[in-house]
Design a protein around this ligand. Structure first.
Ligand SMILES: Nc1ncnc2c1ncn2[C@@H]1O[C@H](COP(=O)(O)OP(=O)(O)OP(=O)(O)O)[C@@H](O)[C@H]1O
Length: 250
């Protein structure tokens, strides 16, 4: 029996004749930071969409915490702790940073029924929200309206909102995209702190960040797993170097 927190079993996604996820089997251990890399169009985002529940698989299975979640929708997976940052929650612009994080901590079911209660009167949720914002580096911006945040801070807020929902597994699709060098460095520092506390699946084009953070890396090419290994193993794998990393990784 697998000890993995999440595993996929020969997962398939087809668009017409195009096999975008080609019998992908991966496993991610509790607390592991696992990166997926691969050339443009390799199927990385499609795979993450299948893990979050945004896209249904044509074949294969997704097993999370010992349960087959293949046919569960996004919210049901999120309730079990499998959460995607940056898409599952949306920011309310006129609400403060703290209020947004409290809403995320409440989760979808709770908002629907209790939206009329004062947000900041919900002590347990406020505490969870504050901790998440602190962890995401936004502890000094609690009462700032979301609409006043800079781009990098919005990405930090989105991450905090995912953390506030108490995930056990975080799916991160290019968390550093569009960020300045300085903002990316702060996200790398943040992910280093989060490492080990959550299992994280990271898709990122910034190879320095990937190699600095990942415990293991899976290389996807044309929807297929070419190799999974430690950063060192990936760096020195001849086929991976030829297809993707080139001499940069030398
Ligand atoms: N809805 C769709 N219909 C048809 N083809 C699609 C659809 N979504 C994605 N594809 C195709 O699937 C392939 C994989 O796309 P995907 O976005 O998953 O790759 P990626 O590895 O995330 O790429 P990038 O690094 O550029 O973000 C691409 O060839 C893309 O054109």
């Amino acid at each position: 029996m697998s000890t993995a927190l999440l595993h996929t079993d020969s997962l398939v996604k087809r668009y017409g004749g195009l096999l975008v996820t080609d019998h992908v089997s991966i496993d991610i251990q509790p607390g592991e930071l696992h990166a997926i890399i691969g050339p443009n169009g390799a199927g990385k985002t499609t795979l993450i969409n299948q893990l979050s529940g945004e896209l249904a698989a044509n074949a294969g299975r997704v097993v999370f915490a010992g349960r087959d979640v293949t046919s569960l929708p996004i919210q049901a997976r999120a309730r079990q702790g499998l959460l995607r940052s940056y898409q599952i929650t949306s920011i309310f612009e006129e609400f403060t940073v703290l209020e947004n994080a409290v809403l995320a901590a409440m989760g979808a079911n709770e908002h629907a029924f209790r939206f009329w209660q004062p947000l900041l009167g919900r002590k347990v949720r406020v505490q969870a929200a504050q901790e998440a914002l602190q962890a995401a580096g936004l502890g000094h911006r609690l009462h700032t309206p979301a609409e006043d945040l800079a781009y990098g801070e919005r990405r930090q807020l989105e991450l905090a909102m995912a953390l506030a929902a108490k995930p056990t597994f975080l799916l991160l699709d290019e968390p550093m995209a569009g960020m300045s060098v300085q903002e990316s460095a702060s996200v790398v520092a943040l992910l280093k702190q989060l490492k080990g506390r959550y299992a994280i699946l990271l898709i990122e084009h910034d190879m320095d960040a990937v190699f600095a953070l990942a415990d293991r890396i899976t290389v996807l090419v044309y929807g297929r797993v070419m190799f999974t290994g430690t950063p060192d193993e990936v760096r020195h794998h001849p086929e991976v170097r030829a297809v993707y990393l080139g001499e940069e990784a030398a």
